[in-house]
Design a binder for this molecule. Structure first.
Ligand SMILES: NC(=O)c1ccc[n+]([C@@H]2O[C@H](COP(=O)([O-])OP(=O)(O)OC[C@H]3O[C@@H](n4cnc5c(N)ncnc54)[C@H](O)[C@@H]3O)[C@@H](O)[C@H]2O)c1
Length: 251
C-alpha cells in the first residue's frame, strides 16, 4: 500500500502507453482505479493483464461529449466518488497543413482538447466534493512548434492554458495540472515517428535529437503524474510540468 491507499482514480486512455503505466502505479500504491479505452477489446485486455480486484474498465470515445459523460458516470458509480482524474486519452496524427482537412483537425481537437475538457467537466462536482485533482496530458509539442504537426501542437498548446484556466475556476477545492512529455516510447510515438514504416529507425532518430540521447519511458511520465496527484504537490496548481530530457531547455 502507499500514498494513494483507497483513493478513487479515473484514467482515460488507461489501456495503453502512459495511461496504462499510470494505472499500474496507482494500483501498486493502493488506489481503486477505473481505466477507459476506445474499444471494449482494449479494456478487456488491460483488465485481464492486471487481474486486480481494484480495477474496473469502461469503453468509450472521448471525442464524443456523451461518451465522456458516460465514462465519468460509470467511474463514479463503481468508485462511489472520485479523487483523481488523469486525462491520458489522446491521438497523434502528424500531417501537414495541406493534409489537415476538417475531419483530421476535428479528430485531433475533439479527442485531445474536447476529451480532456468534457471528462473534467463531468467529474468536477465529484472532485470538488473530495478536494481532488486533475492531471492532463499535455506535451512538449504544446510548448515548441513543429511543422508537420500543427493540429497536434495546437491541441497540446490548448492543454497548457486549459490547465491554468481550469485551475483558476476549480480552486480552491480542486488542483489542476498537466505533464508535458517529450517523446515517450509508446505505440503512439513508435507509429507516429516511423520512417518509411520502420519504427526502430524512427525512434533512433528521436533519441538522438534529445540532449539526454534517449526518449522517456511511460513509467517515467507516470511517476510525474503520481507526484502531481499526490499530497506532496498540494501547493501546485495550474502548472505544466515539462519532462523532455532537456529538449526545451535550449540548444
Ligand atoms: N507517446 C508520446 O511520445 C507522447 C508525448 C507527449 C504527450 N503524449 C500524450 O500522452 C497521452 C498518452 O499517449 P500514449 O503515448 O500513452 O498513447 P497510446 O496511443 O499508447 O495510448 C493512447 C490511449 O488513448 C486512448 N484513446 C485514443 N483516442 C481515444 C478516443 N477517441 N476515445 C477514447 N480513448 C482514446 C487509447 O485507447 C489508448 O488507451 C496522449 O494524450 C498523448 O498525446 C504522448
Amino acid at each position: 500500500m502507499g500514498r494513494f491507499n483507497e483513493k478513487k482514480v479515473l484514467i482515460t486512455g488507461g489501456t495503453r502507453g502512459i495511461g496504462k503505466a499510470t494505472a499500474e502505479k496507482f494500483l501498486a500504491e493502493g488506489a481503486h482505479v477505473v481505466v477507459s479505452g476506445r474499444t471494449q477489446h482494449s479494456v478487456d485486455a488491460v483488465i485481464e493483464d492486471f487481474a486486480c480486484p481494484g480495477l474496473f474498465g469502461v469503453a468509450g470515445d472521448v471525442s464524443l461529449v456523451e461518451d465522456c459523460q458516460r465514462i465519468v458516470q460509470t467511474a463514479l458509480d463503481w468508485l462511489q466518488g472520485l479523487d483523481v482524474l488523469v486525462n491520458s486519452a489522446g491521438v497523434f496524427q502528424p500531417a501537414s497543413i495541406e493534409d489537415t482537412d476538417e475531419s483530421v483537425w476535428r479528430r485531433i481537437m475533439d479527442t485531445n482538447v474536447g476529451g480532456s475538457y468534457f471528462c473534467s467537466r463531468a467529474a468536477s462536482d465529484a472532485l470538488r466534493k473530495n478536494r481532488g485533482c486533475i492531471v492532463h496530458l499535455g506535451s512538449e509539442s504544446g510548448i515548441n512548434g513543429y511543422g508537420g504537426s500543427t493540429a497536434y501542437c495546437a491541441s497540446k498548446g490548448a492543454i497548457v492554458n486549459l490547465t491554468r484556466s481550469m485551475a483558476m475556476e476549480l480552486a480552491p477545492q480542486v488542483r489542476v495540472n498537466s505533464v508535458c512529455p517529450g517523446v515517450v516510447d509508446t505505440q503512439m510515438a513508435r507509429e507516429g515517428f516511423a520512417i518509411e514504416g520502420d519504427q526502430d529507425k524512427g525512434m533512433q532518430q528521436q533519441r538522438q535529437s534529445y540532449p539526454l540521447k534517449r526518449v522517456a519511458t511511460a513509467a517515467e511520465i507516470a511517476a510525474a503524474i503520481m507526484y502531481l496527484a499526490s499530497d506532496d504537490a498540494r501547493f501546485i496548481t495550474g502548472e505544466s510540468l515539462v519532462i523532455d530530457g532537456g529538449a526545451t531547455a535550449g540548444k
